[in-house]
Design a protein around this ligand. Structure first.
Ligand SMILES: Cc1cc2nc3c(=O)[nH]c(=O)nc-3n(C[C@H](O)[C@H](O)[C@H](O)COP(=O)(O)OP(=O)(O)OC[C@H]3O[C@@H](n4cnc5c(N)ncnc54)[C@H](O)[C@@H]3O)c2cc1C
Length: 412
């Protein structure tokens, strides 16, 4: 292949990670020819969808046009990438054309595998079946919650890894909080069915969460994976870790779909056995191709897949890529930081912030926000500050609290 278009840097995906990386690169090297390849017209602030599902944000407030977030100075190629040829430094696009690069950044997010649960696609958005994992159906969660006065409400979580592993239980807490406040909780059975063996991956936060599980009378079912939904009879089927099938009826069910790397990534030469882009967890450089980096939900570092993680990763990738290009920016190292603001009730959040190995990495002193306790300030952070920080800092290359501490090592 000989690509018609050539760029110094090509970024695959213009989501949270892609736009942040483009801006971080431009803030360091404005002269570089950078292309962002992104097929979608709209860019979403996905962390806002939990709040949409609880009637706190409007869906519209979580979306902007892709044109509005694309940094001035980059070339936007409005196409989907279909193929990687890293030995030729080229990628193939859906329209059959190719694009060549000196250096490549891969960040097309992950695939929500709605088809992985039988009957889910057919019922999503009706028959009491909803999900905050989709812009289209997050408002339906709030409709269902407001209209349910008695009956059974189920909330499900698939096997890890998933993006924002706290989001399935955030939906439970905010729904149950509404029923608690409106005096109907006593008439509603709340169940949480998760494929995982515990409530949250970092034990430090579990006691605070358990207090809310008890307050809302939620029944926990660990190691239960949702496999089927029958919308007509309103029956959900789960497979337990011991292989046994169990069923539960429901009046509403909030589903977090199974997740995996996108198909065109899994078929590429960039990936590990599980299909995620294989990177060094500290430098985020590909372990296979020295002029390729990956960040965001698509890669295999063992951090929590969150926008907060992408916010910390983008400056590291920008720094290391430019170091590799000979611009002496130094080397940045990512410590696995990710954040999960667990909305335990309207007005309070248990703020989980941690890095690799579950190491606690709080951004605030304990007297201001202590992650072991629900916090009003953390709620204000999520409801007011973080959306603003996302649109106006992260996507614009303002690296507040995430400027990489630079080491002197050479890039490989
Ligand atoms: C309900 C919910 C709640 C969440 N809550 C939080 C939270 O509280 N805090 C937090 O930090 N994070 C949260 N997240 C997670 C966060 O939104 C993601 O981790 C983050 O968006 C990942 O960024 P990304 O750029 O890797 O992927 P995305 O932002 O998903 O962007 C991927 C981009 O790649 C594009 N793309 C796809 N295929 C191709 C292709 N073939 N070619 C080119 N481009 C392509 C897509 O169109 C998209 O624009 C939540 C997510 C959800 C769904």
């Amino acid at each position: 292949m000989t690509a018609a278009k050539q760029f110094d840097i090509v970024i695959v995906g213009g989501g949270a990670a892609g736009i942040a990386t483009a801006s971080s690169l431009l803030s360091r090297a404005a002269h570089m020819a950078i292309a962002v390849i992104e097929p979608a017209d709209r860019h979403y602030y996905q962390p806002g969808w939990t709040m949409v599902g609880a009637g706190i944000f409007s869906a519209a407030s979580t979306a902007k046009t892709t044109a509005a977030v694309m940094p001035a100075g980059v070339t936007w190629i409005k196409q989907a990438v279909t193929e990687f040829s890293p030995d030729d430094n080229e990628i193939g696009l859906a329209d059959g054309s190719t694009v060549g690069y000196e250096r490549l950044v891969v960040c097309p997010g992950l695939k929500l595998n709605w088809a992985g649960v039988e009957g889910l696609e057919d019922n999503l958005g009706r028959n009491g079946v909803t999900s905050n994992y989709s812009f289209k159906t997050a408002p339906y969660t709030w409709d269902l919650v407001q209209n349910l006065k008695s009956g059974k409400a189920l909330f499900t979580q698939p096997p890890m890894p998933i993006k924002c592993a706290g989001a399935p239980q955030k939906a439970l807490y905010l729904s149950a909080d509404h029923w608690h406040r409106s005096g109907t909780l006593n008439n509603i059975d709340v169940g949480f069915f998760t494929a995982t063996p515990s409530l949250f991956g970092v034990a430090h936060y579990v006691p605070a969460l358990m207090k809310y599980v008890e307050k809302y009378g939620a029944e926990l079912h660990f190691e239960h994976t949702l496999t089927k939904i029958d919308g007509a009879t309103k029956i959900a089927t789960f497979t337990r870790a011991d292989g046994e099938e169990v069923q539960s009826d429901f009046d509403m069910i909030h589903v977090c779909p199974p997740q995996c790397a996108p198909d065109f990534i899994r078929q590429s030469p960039l990936v590990d056995e599980a299909g995620w882009v294989d990177v060094d967890p500290a430098t985020l450089q590909s372990r296979r191709y020295e002029n390729v980096w990956a960040l965001g939900d698509v890669m295999n570092a063992p951090n929590a897949k969150t926008a907060a993680a992408a916010r910390a990763q983008a400056p590291v990738v920008a720094t290391n890529l430019l170091q590799h290009a000979g611009l002496n920016t130094g080397m940045g190292h990512y410590n696995g930081y990710g954040s999960c603001p667990l909305t335990v009730e309207r007005g309070k959040i248990v703020l989980a912030e941690f890095g690799y190995g579950g190491k606690l990495l709080p951004s605030f002193p304990k007297w201001l926000i202590d992650g072991q306790y629900p916090s009003v300030l953390a709620w204000l952070l999520k409801a007011r500050a973080l959306p603003w920080i996302y649109w106006n800092a992260m996507l614009k290359g303002r690296e507040w609290l995430v400027k990489p501490a630079l080491g002197a090592e050479e890039s490989s």
